[in-house]
Design a protein around this ligand. Structure first.
Ligand code: GLY
Ligand code: MN
Ligand code: MN
Length: 382
């Protein structure tokens, strides 16, 4: 068992640099600044993860030319004060019965909104309640979803983030290696899913986000939740699992078979494996995201299964499991060293079975490097 030591935590200086870069990127994208809601953007920029009770306004205001300000409810101010990035920002607390939108609006428009109209990027997951509250007080200001306005904000990982993602991938690989030793036939999908979750925790994950166990026909549903179906001899089983380790995500898929596969199942698996390899081979700096999708999809289409590959080829990963960049037709964003994303082609045959193979890959100076390195051949389990 290999458990990597915990990495050094990110410091206030790290968060200060991230916030400065975010503010600069916003300006370069024609935005006046960013409004960052509790969730992955706030974790990335400040290390602060407030309580899940978010009907009170918490928002980080990054406005051009201003110091970062984190608006927080008074009763959570002491939590915010201890956030890893707290030293890099100013806290502005508000008590219940005060209008937090009236308090926050001037932070967006310190000079009274004079001059050109303002446009702020807003975290995708910001509550409508909060955004509408601000919009009411700033009728001249427009807002844009952050993923639309600044999709690459978190996309290029630094060396410390890469180390975390690599460790998360290695832990998921350990979990896969061990799951091959458990019994599948005669047990429910939920039993194997529980085994997978326990293994992710055993190998250092703090959080398990998903444990897809899609046996037989259930494998034809790419995001099948493990259910009551009893796994039988002769089933293909899609295993797709991941979560967070040291704050960064893992996400890997292997498709295993209970007993020896049929020639047809083996052929489908071979096609997916070749598609996954082709996607990986397409990774290099300057290639477009859509090139990765095209490379993987071409293999599946040429084999006659194009209509059964029903999702994009990949998604970025970092402090969340799904984030930009997306490996999808129409995404012309060039790949940049440090980007990390999944390559996960699949073939889903309704009523029969599914096959998916997924690795997390990072872009290097001369190609790609995989953070998942377990055998991609179809494993036979019992
Ligand atoms: N798991 C495939 C996707 O959501 O893109
Ligand atoms: Mn997955
Ligand atoms: Mn994935």
């Amino acid at each position: 068992m290999s458990l990597t030591p915990a990495p050094a935590p990110f410091t206030a200086d790290d968060y200060r640099a991230r916030m400065a870069r975010a503010t600069e990127s916003a300006a370069a994208a024609g935005l006046s600044g960013l409004l960052v809601a509790p969730g992955p953007d706030l974790v990335y920029l400040t290390g602060y993860q407030p309580t899940a009770i978010t009907e009170r306004l918490t928002v980080l205001v990054l406005a051009a030319g201003q110091e970062p300000v984190l608006v927080v409810p008074k009763l959570e101010a002491s939590d915010a004060e201890h956030a890893p990035g707290a030293a890099a920002l100013t806290l502005r607390d508000w008590t219940d019965a005060v209008d937090p939108y009236a308090l926050t609006a001037p932070l967006l428009a310190p000079s009274g909104n004079a001059g050109s109209p303002q446009r702020f990027g807003v975290s995708d997951n910001a509550w409508a309640l909060h955004l509408l509250g601000l919009q009411q007080r700033l009728p001249e200001t427009s807002f844009a979803a952050l993923t639309e306005a600044l999709p690459m904000l978190r996309a290029v990982k630094d060396e410390h983030e890469l180390a975390r993602l690599e460790a998360a991938g290695a832990a998921a690989d350990e979990a896969y290696t061990e799951i091959l030793k458990v019994r599948f036939a005669g047990r429910k999908e939920t039993d194997v899913a529980a085994d997978l979750a326990a293994l992710l925790i055993k190998y250092g994950h703090s959080q398990v986000d998903f444990t897809v166990v899609g046996s037989g026909p259930n494998g034809a549903n790419p995001h099948h939740e493990a259910g009551d179906r009893t796994i039988a001899h002769g089933d293909m089983v899609v295993l797709d699992f991941g979560g967070l380790k040291h704050g960064y995500g893992s996400d890997t898929t292997r498709s295993v078979h209970v007993g020896e596969p049929s020639a047809d199942e083996q052929r489908v698996h071979d096609v997916v494996r070749e598609a996954q390899r082709a996607g990986f081979e397409a990774v290099r700096p300057g290639a477009a995201c859509q090139d990765v999708d095209r490379a993987a999809r071409a293999v599946i289409e040429e084999a006659g299964y194009g209509e059964y590959f029903i999702h994009r080829t990949g998604h970025g990963i970092g402090v969340t499991t799904h984030e930009p960049p997306y490996m999808i037709e129409g995404e012309e964003q060039p790949l940049v060293p440090g980007m990390c994303f999944s390559i996960e082609p699949g073939i889903y045959l309704p009523g029969r079975f599914g096959v998916r193979i997924e690795d997390i890959v990072t872009v290097t100076e001369d190609g790609g490097r995989s953070f998942n390195n377990t055998a991609r051949e179809m494993a036979v389990v019992e």
